[in-house]
Ligand binder design. Sequence first.
Ligand code: ZN
Length: 254
Amino acid sequence: MSNSALVDYTKISPNKTSPRNHKIDRITIHHMAGNLSVETCGNVFAPSSRQASANYGIDSDGRVGLYVEEEDRSWCSSNKENDHRAVTIEVADNAGGPEWGCSDKAMDKLIELCVDICKRNRIAKLNYTGDTSGNLTMHKWFASTDCPGAYLESKFPWIAEQVNKKLSGEEEPEQKEEGRNAEMQCFYQIDEQGAVYWFDGQKVHTLAHSDEKNVLNDIYKANNGKDMPFFHWQSKAPWYKRLLAAIDRVVETE
Ligand SMILES: [Zn+2]
């Protein structure tokens, strides 16, 4: 079992059960109820009299502290069954209660750390269900506390969504959406010579000058963020004839 390579500061707490008795299949996100640096958080968990710890902490600068190695169970969520199977993360608040709040840097690093924990521990997906049947849990489900605080609590569905996007490699849904809605336009040329044709999505036009292609491409690119597709077809494999036939057929039926 490994620890995250995202760690900036390590101060191992004596408040832990070593080793944990369950494989890691959960993440529990807490808030510090204060704007603690990773060093200060480490000092809080350092005395054994404190009887509390977390695997990781993230401060408002987005720095990551390691206090209990992943192979060990932290004393964090007031529930030993949860903590034996969870990696626990404390996030600093940059605003006070009862609303609380976390910096963008801390939230970005939290997503990154969750993705890293899932990948290394082969957790395919963070499933936020709003109760303990899922694998993204909160402290308040196990004890009388408002942890993780109103702000972080409201972010749990979003956190799971962001982490899962990164785990599945779907990081840029906006671009995909755009591609799906893009018009079916293209340029094509036959046998790499002669006229360039422009299919505007409905009709084919023969372009008289290369600048016509350039200006059409500029407009297309401004709207779609990429060059218009340019196909090079062969007269012996006449895909352009198939295209023209399909276009004519549409016109006939109208
Ligand atoms: Zn907590």
